[in-house]
Design a protein around this ligand. Structure first.
Ligand code: NDP
Length: 295
């Protein structure tokens, strides 16, 4: 089965590595060509010069780009994939995208005999490397069954969220919760540091009590207290995700002040910390405002 993979970023690259083997025949394209070339040096994959060339006779095309805007650009831009995708092929969009754009892409492709499912992932780069990502997909089951082996190559827990756009919706809300947890854990620890409690002691208690979260159990001990802040998932991408959730809430007339406020705080954090900061670095705005360091 010939597969074209577009977007070898922090998570795309380890995902694609699971497709660089039998029974798949992998072709990759990346905007920065050197990353695709390096990938092909280390994996069984061919590099294409353009997105159109990559997808020309692929049965399955996977996109893993920052947002739906870049998926649109790869579809419609110069040497775009829209005119090159084969009738009967399937586009699996693993971008954490936005539901309305995914629905419009699905309609446009459907008019040309190309199927679409949105299939964002969670679990981070470590699960991507291990091939154990959670995949939440939106679309038709008949389409999913045709591409199941492809998704199973990098996914472990694979869940049908509903019609096209539902995977994106679920992913945006999951990540909105991640954003809330990062900031609320940092704020709680900032109070405790000001009160003279060692943050390690605080976490020992919180993590065996009801205030715990993935942020308090893993992210803060491993990345903040150590001051390591490794770059695995850009803050800019998490800001994009919580903004999608906030817009969904607005469109659906849902009252979600905590999510709206956290979206504003992540917008501020993105402006302050820039495009290449990691998501966990958002705690730095809490530290700065409180004149404390969580360590
Ligand atoms: P990165 O920013 O690391 O990589 C983005 C990729 O998109 C790169 O290959 C980049 O190319 C390419 N790209 C960016 N802009 C364009 C464009 N205009 N045209 C063509 N290609 C473009 O992102 P991630 O890999 O971390 O994330 C990809 C998606 O997966 C996002 O939607 C993210 O929210 C989601 N995600 C990420 C997770 C993570 O842990 N990192 C976890 C779960 C979901 P280039 O190399 O040239 O910059």
């Amino acid at each position: 089965m010939k597969i074209a993979f577009i977007g070898l970023g922090d998570i795309g690259q380890p995902m694609a590595s699971h497709l660089a083997r039998e029974p798949f025949e992998l072709v990759v394209w990346n905007r920065t060509a050197s990353k695709a070339e390096e990938f092909a040096r280390n994996h069984k994959a061919k590099v294409s010069a353009t997105p159109a060339e990559a997808v020309r006779d692929a049965a399955v095309v996977i996109t893993c780009l920052p947002s739906s805007a870049e998926v649109e650009a790869v579809l419609h831009g110069e040497n775009g994939i829209l005119d090159a995708m084969r009738k009967g092929s399937v586009l699996i969009d693993c971008t954490s995208g936005d539901p309305p754009t995914s629905r419009s892409i699905a309609a446009e492709l459907g008019g040309r005999g190309v199927e679409f499912i949105d299939a964002p992932v969670s679990g981070g780069t470590s699960a991507a490397k291990a091939g154990t990502l959670t995949v939440m997909w939106g679309g038709e089951s008949t389409v999913f069954e045709r591409v199941r082996p492809v998704i199973e190559a990098f996914g472990k827990k694979i869940v049908h969220a509903g019609p096209v756009g539902s995977g994106d919706a679920l992913k945006a809300v999951n990540n909105a919760l991640l954003a809330v947890h990062i900031l609320s854990a940092a704020e709680g620890l900032a109070i405790l540091v000001k009160a003279g409690v060692d943050p390690k002691v605080a976490l020992e208690v919180i993590n065996s009590s009801s205030g715990r979260s993935n942020s308090s159990e893993n992210l803060i001990p491993q990345r903040v207290l150590t001051r390591a802040f490794p770059r695995t998932f850009r803050l800019a991408l998490l800001e994009k995700d919580i903004a999608i959730a906030a817009v969904m809430a607005e469109d659906l007339h849902a009252k979600t002040p905590v999510i709206s406020l956290t979206a504003e705080r992540f917008h501020e954090a993105r402006e302050k910390l820039g495009e290449s900061a990691d998501h966990v670095e958002a705690v730095k705005i809490v530290e700065e405002e409180n004149g404390v360091e969580l360590k």
